[in-house]
Design a protein around this ligand. Structure first.
Ligand code: CA2
Length: 147
């Protein structure tokens, strides 16, 4: 099984700025630990981060035909990007939306998601642990639909 972890704008700054809001762990560490966790479950996980909407759309397109499931923290694009929504629905790959912070407990413009209603599920508010929970949820879903 092949999974893809996507991270959107500014998440490359994790661990370097705003640790009170987003924690101390860098994106490199989060990605590495999630790859190890996936490998322990017998699954290959690739990761990609971009600050550019079109680059994320292209990476979703590339996933078609090879990737079984996507974990996505689209950052601020969650609340703005119809293009990313269309790409995810276009390739028809099941995805889990995830966030470090609890977006429902923040500004009202973060309550809207263009991805959530078509996601397998949404994980939000657990800091870097949201990535682990999202992986477990996606694997559980994929194993059920495969069985
Ligand atoms: O909580 C999340 O994971 C978010 O996706 C993070 C986005 C925000 O726009 C979403 O509403 C919720 C922002 C990512 C910014 O990441 C930074 C990391 C360190 C320092 C500054 C920004």
């Amino acid at each position: 099984m092949q999974l893809l972890l996507l991270n959107g704008p500014n998440l490359n700054l994790l661990g370097q700025r705003e640790p009170g809001l987003y924690g101390h762990q860098t994106l490199d560490v989060i990605e590495q630990q999630l790859k190890e966790r996936a490998a322990a479950a017998g699954v290959r996980l690739d990761s990609y981060q971009s600050n550019f909407e079109g680059a994320l759309v292209e990476r979703v397109h590339q996933a078609m035909g090879t990737v079984n499931g996507i974990l996505i923290n689209a950052g601020a694009f969650t609340h703005t990007s119809i293009a990313l929504r269309d790409a995810l629905l276009g390739v028809a790959i099941p995805y889990v939306e995830l966030h470090l912070s609890n977006t429902q407990a923040r500004e009202s413009f973060r309550h809207q998601s263009y991805l959530a209603d078509r996601a397998v599920g949404v994980v939000s508010g657990f800091g870097p642990f949201s990535y682990d929970l999202a992986l477990d949820g996606l694997l559980n879903y994929l194993r059920q639909v495969e069985a």
